[in-house]
Design a protein around this ligand. Structure first.
Ligand SMILES: [Zn+2]
Length: 375
């Protein structure tokens, strides 16, 4: 099997990076009439910055207001709009759904795409895929593209000002990266782009987990003040770049499949992707029979930063046998990344690991609050 590594052509990150958007695009030859896809709230915050940067560069641009869901009809509407204005490239500015839509539109029109995440809630911005939902928000399909974005530009000032829950969720998504990439590698399975993993992908995934453990606490303190610090910069890089390269070129395993299973439970709908992935990571560690010290380390991380360790922290206060089966069966559906584990996997094994991880999580939290009570 050939090793395959993919990445965006360029990654730019830093304080007030939006001010340099046009110059950075210019360096890559992206000079003809960008169409910017953006939600209304982000537009109010960033449009003055675009006027400056594109004005200085002497570039005209158009704005497409995003309707709120990355669905087929919304993608079609944005394609028509970009066609009508003669877009030379597509720029997505905002959260995951906006960027997913921007990538889909760019691919359909065979145009380069620039992703400007304004929150660090997942590792999707660098990738060559989109998650598409029905207009009422139910998962529909994944679309895979020929190319990764030309440019990913991350303005850490904007991300520092966003609600910290997004940053924490991004850490949950990034938490899974090392464990999934490691499993895929050891099981000789394929990464997201259908190749074996490179040393580079594994090293990046490992660094992602190390960065989370070293910098999460300090980064969160800064983000709560809206302050950009080196620790916050490193966590943002871990959430978006390290985790993005790590998952796509390293591969996915049970953690993300459990996430997909959990989306079948309506109680979890108000929880973010990364929050469900964090719990999925604990399920993966239990399922793989990892050492209890290793599981405790990951649980400690989750408890420290405020990621869920239990089903009730994901809105599931009571799990009926039927719902447990539904979640577990969804996680082992054909084509799911759960089949990247090095052993044959059944829904019963996943169900048992979910129940056991939940019990361990409750136990962990109870012991923590006991210790806190003694001081
Ligand atoms: Zn993810």
């Amino acid at each position: 099997m050939l090793k395959v590594f993919c990445s965006p052509a360029r990654y730019v990150q830093g304080r007030d990076a939006t001010r340099e958007l046009a110059q950075q695009m210019r360096r890559l030859g992206l000079t003809t009439r960008p169409s910017i896809i953006v939600g209304p709230r982000t537009r109010r915050e960033t449009e003055p910055l675009w006027r400056d940067t594109f004005g200085t560069a002497g570039m005209a641009f158009d704005v497409i207001d995003f309707g709120g869901e990355c669905s087929r009809p919304e993608i079609e509407r944005c394609i028509a709009e970009a066609r009508r204005t003669g877009a030379g490239c597509i720029v997505g500015v905002g959260g995951g759904k906006v960027l997913d839509t921007a990538r889909a539109v760019a691919d359909a029109l065979d145009l380069p795409v620039v992703c400007c995440p304004t929150i660090a809630s997942s590792d999707a911005p660098c990738s060559a895929l989109s998650v598409v939902y029905t207009p009422d928000g139910v998962f529909a399909e994944c679309l895979y593209y020929r190319r990764n974005p030309e440019l990913v530009l991350v303005d850490t000032s904007l991300i520092a000002r966003a609600p910290v829950r997004y940053l924490i969720a991004g850490m949950g998504d990034a938490l899974a990266t090392w464990f999934e990439a490691d499993t895929v590698h050891r099981a000789h399975r394929t990464n997201v782009v259908g190749g074996a993993s490179t040393q580079a992908a594994l090293a990046i995934a490992r660094l992602c987990y190390q960065t989370l453990r070293a910098d999460a606490r300090e980064a969160l303190a800064a983000a709560r003040q809206g302050a950009v610090t080196p620790a916050l910069e490193r966590i943002i890089e871990a959430n978006i770049l390290l985790s993005g390269l790590g998952f796509e070129s390293g591969g996915l395993a049970v953690a993300h499949a459990v996430h997909n299973g959990l989306t079948a439970a309506p109680q979890t709908h108000q929880y973010l992707h990364g929050e469900k992935v964090a719990f999925g990571t604990l399920v993966q560690l239990v399922l793989e029979g990892r050492a209890s010290e290793e599981i405790a380390e990951v649980m400690g991380f989750c408890a420290d930063v405020g990621l869920p360790l239990t089903l009730s922290q994901l809105g599931i206060t009571e799990l009926s046998p039927d719902q447990a089966r539904l979640i577990a069966e969804r996680a082992v559906a054909p084509g799911e990344s759960s089949h990247h584990e090095p052993f044959e996997l059944t829904w019963v094994m996943v169900k048992d690991a979910i129940l056991a991880a939940d019990a361990l999580g409750r136990d962990f939290l109870a012991r923590r609050s006991q210790v806190a009570g003694q001081h």
